[in-house]
Design a protein around this ligand. Structure first.
Ligand SMILES: Nc1nc2c(ncn2[C@@H]2O[C@H](COP(=O)(O)OP(=O)(O)O)[C@@H](O)[C@H]2O)c(=O)[nH]1
Ligand SMILES: [Mg+2]
Length: 434
């Protein structure tokens, strides 16, 4: 499938590369100075979703083709991008300028990594008592200015054409916004949200800005990761920000703590369960094969526990991805060839719930057939879910019908399954238009 792409944005030294390291396999370069990562860096991460293997007692047989499943929590691959070098003034060419903004066009959602410690200024230079609220504001403003300027530059031409061809507002705007990976339904939502009813040819600059504001909300859902919560001054900044912003979009993180825990877990000093505050050492598990730690390392672990794990419950990095998926509204679907064994083949070969695909909200049973394979759509007979219950073609896929088996008029070779079909249309760009 075409993976979901999340873009990590934020000022230099906010902790983007560290965050990416903490959630992915790719090794983004880490450094304490601006522009470490000149080229946008793509990596793979895994988002946790509920796997039906638990509900149906198939945990032992659950064999994800991609990602993994840990006791009923399925980790589904998504793509992450490091958008480095975004500084105030980027929309007018400062820093590495528009190049970074252009990268955003491919992202489904943004993760704004904010240094909540107040120890770096808006350019990532060392500072004291800097207010991170500035960063939340200027970054949004840069993206806003970038989109607005692109629009205003051509405004008179846009209006002339709009009037000449008697177009409607959504179509006219969609023509302009398609470059940002938008579709008509996104523009429609943005217009509904903005409540603007006046004809486009009468809009002033303020109205255009309002439209862009709403477009941004719909097109680029953003999770704000308040990073560096382990640092001394973070507390008071967190309280301030929590009061001011939608808490539903805020997550507290320490990328540093997560990377540290992962590192010493790999070195076999601790057992650590991602996304929790559970860290066990040789002292906790004397019979385990864990290595004993010296006092220095012990102290560091205790510090991470005191400053991060016990105070906030986890390092927060997993939660950021979960939140992004939640904001996008995507949900997992599990196509199977047998609704009793949940296997992907018609044989009795073990291996349940091999495939898991994230789909956009509103995806129907028939729509998903198309996403899986053109031939399944072409030779479609019917679809069924657990208990051999038939599903209507128009049924919207949800948590209770997301294990789906398709019956087709001819056998569709398992070789031509979803897994090697990259040309499917499971992107928001092709979402059904209103
Ligand atoms: N204390 C602390 N430092 C962090 C954290 N995350 C990143 N850093 C440090 O901040 C600096 C910049 O991090 P980096 O990931 O290179 O930032 P980027 O420029 O946004 O990619 C490095 O020295 C990191 O070790 C964190 O959660 N806590
Ligand atoms: Mg970086």
């Amino acid at each position: 499938m075409k993976e979901i792409l999340l873009a990590c944005v934020g000022k230099p030294s906010a902790g983007k590369s560290s965050f990416l390291n903490a959630v992915s396999d790719a090794t983004a370069k880490v450094g304490n100075y601006p522009f470490t990562t000149i080229k946008p860096n793509h990596g793979v991460s895994y988002v946790p979703v509920e796997c039906p293997c638990k509900k149906y007692g198939k945990q032992d047989q659950c064999r994800p083709r991609y990602g993994r499943c840990v006791e009923g929590t399925r980790f589904v691959p998504i793509q992450m991008m490091d958008v480095a070098g975004l500084v105030p003034g980027a929309s007018t060419g400062l820093g590495l300028g528009n190049q970074f903004l252009d990268d955003l066009r491919h992202a489904n959602a943004l993760i704004h990594v904010v240094d909540v410690s107040g120890t770096t200024d808006q350019n990532g230079k060392e500072a004291e008592g800097y207010d991170p609220i500035n960063d939340i504001n200027w970054l949004r403003l840069e993206i806003h200015t970038w989109i607005t300027n692109n629009l205003l530059k051509r405004w008179s031409g846009i209006v002339r054409r709009h009037v000449a061809i008697k177009s409607n507002v959504v179509d006219t705007l969609q023509t302009q916004f398609s470059g940002y990976g938008s579709v008509a339904s996104v523009v429609q939502k943005a217009m509904d949200k903005s409540g603007i009813k006046t004809p486009l040819e009468t809009w002033d600059e303020e109205t255009v800005k309002k439209v862009v504001d709403n477009f941004m909300d719909v097109r680029f859902p953003t999770v704000i990761a308040l990073n560096k919560i382990d640092m001394p001054d973070s507390d008071k900044n967190i309280t301030k920000i929590m009061r001011k912003y939608d808490q539903n979009k805020l997550v507290l993180t320490s990328a540093l703590a997560e990377n540290f825990l992962r590192k010493i877990r790999k070195q076999n000093y601790i057992k650590y369960i991602d996304g929790t505050d559970i860290v066990e050492t040789k002292e906790d598990l004397p019979d385990s094969d864990l290595k004993p730690m010296d006092d220095k390392l012990k102290n560091r672990v205790e510090k991470v526990q005191d400053l991060v794990l016990f105070r906030y419950g986890s390092t927060g990095v997993q939660e950021v991805l979960g939140k992004a998926i939640e904001l996008l509204g995507v949900s997992p679907v599990y196509p199977v060839k047998n609704v009793s064994t949940f296997s992907s083949t018609n044989s009795t070969k073990p291996g349940a719930f091999r495939d898991c695909i994230l789909v956009w909200p509103g995806t129907t049973v028939r729509g998903f057939a198309k996403i899986l394979h053109a031939e399944i759509d072409k030779y479609y007979l019917y679809a069924e879910t657990v208990g051999n219950m038939r599903l209507s073609e128009e049924a919207v896929i949800n948590n209770s019908n997301n294990v789906i088996c398709y019956r087709t008029a001819i056998a569709i070779s398992s070789k031509s399954s979803i897994t090697n079909n990259d040309t499917n249309n499971n992107t928001p760009d092709k979402k059904s238009k209103k």
